[in-house]
Design a binder for this molecule. Structure first.
Ligand code: FSO
Ligand code: SF4
Length: 553
């Protein structure tokens, strides 16, 4: 195996024996093969125009296949070899169906028509493992080309996740899928130069903005605009179900199905922002958020007592003998060997009755925290406070905003973010989104004239809101460039959704983003240089020095 897609990659360079995330070599190899299979389908589909797509019966199935294959390989999403192997087999069958159609219509692929991806076959787990060894990350020898190809692929993985959530809510944009296909094929195309691949990376950022806008439209279109909300972090006396991940279509179905059953629903990690949406917070039995960021789950699931549903990553493999084994369920692209995966029916509905029945037999959660946290500061809520915010900036009550969006992770080095938030001058405000917030959202950092010092916009994809807020402030202050605003970017990354968020911010013209706790292992020195020279990307140093630097002292 070779995998270097996340921040926790071994020695900062690559996992080669087993994943720090718990991924076994066989699983990693199958994921490489799944990506290669997705590329084979992309070769056949690239360049097919919108009209033809609309008239093709297979279109939705292919779109779903591509996005789900990419999503499955995101860090901590799926550890289930059988499920991943089945996806490879399904992809190859789909590839053959499309090829047959090509012969019937006399069509040929736009590029790479003689590529191995179009003809390879694997019929057993053994053959899959053998084939995977020649199609992984290291198949590209030149380290800069490899770095740019993988940077694109990781951006696409994040894009696919956000696209799938949008589609689950009925929001689609075929142009995003068409871009994903073009980009997938480009990562196999040996004729592309380094400059062309840099262009591809930047274009990935453009579609990153589009997909986050699509998901924002889907979430707010279905559930209303997030609003200032206090979320309970204690527990109640009913048994509960804990729902984790990002998919709001799953939580609404679960809330509907648990109405009047005596079972309460608690959010976990990235599902916390569900509480901010008017159409979700109206359910009385959505009672609180339990626990913290994803990496604390091994302890927190033990005390939750009830069943848990993962709607996306981030799964941590449980310890042998964990009390919650047998109580964890997955859906969408998430998966773990032995855990039940809930599938949707042909109408897009999911039946969660097995989880609900199990919950009824469980004890109520054991309380591990008490009190509330505040959030819901997505674009509309912040725009509603705009006058107050602008006044506070004009009078000097707010000196600077710090965008600290992104991810949390288990490494000790991330204590930096808690300390950074804690030590920031009291006339600064943190804008956050994603699970990075758990490093400081319970610190009680106070407020500035009624504006909380930590404004949580929502999930990592809601970084889009933070960009809209920056653009709005640029307009209000009549500036020419978003970089003239008193906003600093100190972003924590972990997995590939953070990659698409970063590329999207670069596309929007944001410069001087600091990225930590370490720079990605998949960036070659030359690619780092491109990002430093063109965008002022930097790492992090010590908390005290960084605060001085950001405050311009
Ligand atoms: Fe976190 Fe995990 Fe949202 Fe990620 S829970 S790390 S960037 O999946 O997606 O912020
Ligand atoms: Fe290693 Fe991260 Fe890949 Fe897991 S996802 S194998 S921790 S680089």
């Amino acid at each position: 195996m070779f995998c270097y897609q996340c921040q926790e990659t071994a020695k900062g360079t690559g996992c080669t024996i087993a994943g720090v995330c718990g991924k076994k070599p066989e699983t990693s190899n199958l994921q490489d093969l799944l990506i290669y299979t997705a590329k084979s389908i992309a070769i056949l589909r690239e360049g097919i125009d919108l009209e033809t797509r609309k008239s093709c019966d297979h279109s939705e199935k292919i779109d779903y296949y591509l996005t789900n294959a990419l999503f499955t390989t995101i860090t901590n999403a799926n550890f289930d070899d059988e499920a991943i192997a089945a996806q490879v087999t399904e992809g190859l069958a789909l590839r053959e169906e499309i090829k047959a159609k090509f012969i019937e219509l006399g069509r040929t692929p736009k590029r790479l028509k003689n590529h191995d991806a179009l003809t390879f076959t694997v019929t057993s787990m053994k053959e899959m493992q053998a084939k995977s060894l020649s199609v992984g990350v290291l198949a590209t020898e030149n380290e800069d080309i490899r770095s740019l190809r993988e940077l694109t692929i990781y951006g696409l993985k994040g894009m696919a996740a956000y696209y799938e959530h949008s589609v689950n809510l009925g929001y689609k944009n075929q142009e995003i899928v068409m871009f994903m296909e073009k980009a997938l094929v480009s990562t196999l195309d040996d004729t592309l130069s380094v400059d062309e691949l840099v262009g591809l990376v930047l274009e990935t950022g453009k579609y990153g903005v589009d997909v986050m806008a699509l998901l924002d439209g889907a979430n707010t279109g279905r559930f209303g605009n997030p609003e200032l909300t206090e979320v309970n972090i204690g527990t109640k006396s009913n048994p509960g179900i804990l729902i984790s991940g990002h998919d709001l279509n799953d939580i609404v179905q679960l809330l509907e199905q648990t109405k009047g059953t005596g079972v309460d629903i608690y959010t976990h990690s990235e599902m916390l922002p569900a509480h901010y949406y008017p159409e979700l917070k109206k359910y009385d039995h959505l009672v609180g958020n339990y626990g913290n960021a994803w990496w604390k789950q091994k302890e927190e699931f033990e005390s939750f007592n009830g069943p848990i549903l993962f709607t996306t990553n981030c799964i941590v493999p449980p310890k042998a003998g964990a009390s919650y084994e047998g109580k964890v369920f997955t859906t969408n692209a998430a998966g773990y060997p032995g855990w039940v995966s809930i599938k949707e029916d042909e109408n897009g509905n999911k039946d969660f009755s097995e989880i609900i029945e199990m919950a009824k037999t469980c004890e109520a959660p054991t309380q591990i925290e008490e009190g509330t946290i505040v959030g819901g500061f997505a674009h509309e809520q912040v725009f509603a406070l705009a006058d107050k915010v602008v006044d506070a900036v004009k009078t000097g009550a707010i000196k600077k905003f710090f965008v600290m969006a992104g991810c949390d992770g288990r490494m000790k080095s991330r204590d930096y973010y808690t300390e950074f938030a804690d030590k920031l001058p009291k006339d600064t405000v943190i804008l956050t989104a994603g699970c990075a917030k758990y490093r400081y959202n319970k610190l009680n950092l106070g407020d500035i004239g009624g504006i909380p010092r930590v404004l949580d916009a929502g999930q990592c994809n809601d970084s889009y809101s933070l960009a809209l807020i920056a653009l709005k402030l640029k307009e209000v202050f009549q500036l020419n460039d978003v970089n003239e605003l008193p906003i600093a970017y100190n972003i924590a990354w972990y997995e590939q959704k953070a990659v698409i968020v970063l590329l999207a911010l670069l596309h929007l013209g944001v410069k001087n983003i600091h990225l930590g706790p370490t720079l990605p292992g998949f960036l070659s020195p030359a690619v780092v240089n491109v990002l430093v020279e063109n965008f002022g990307i930097a790492g992090i140093g010590s908390v005290d020095e960084d605060i001085k630097l950001f405050m311009g002292e």
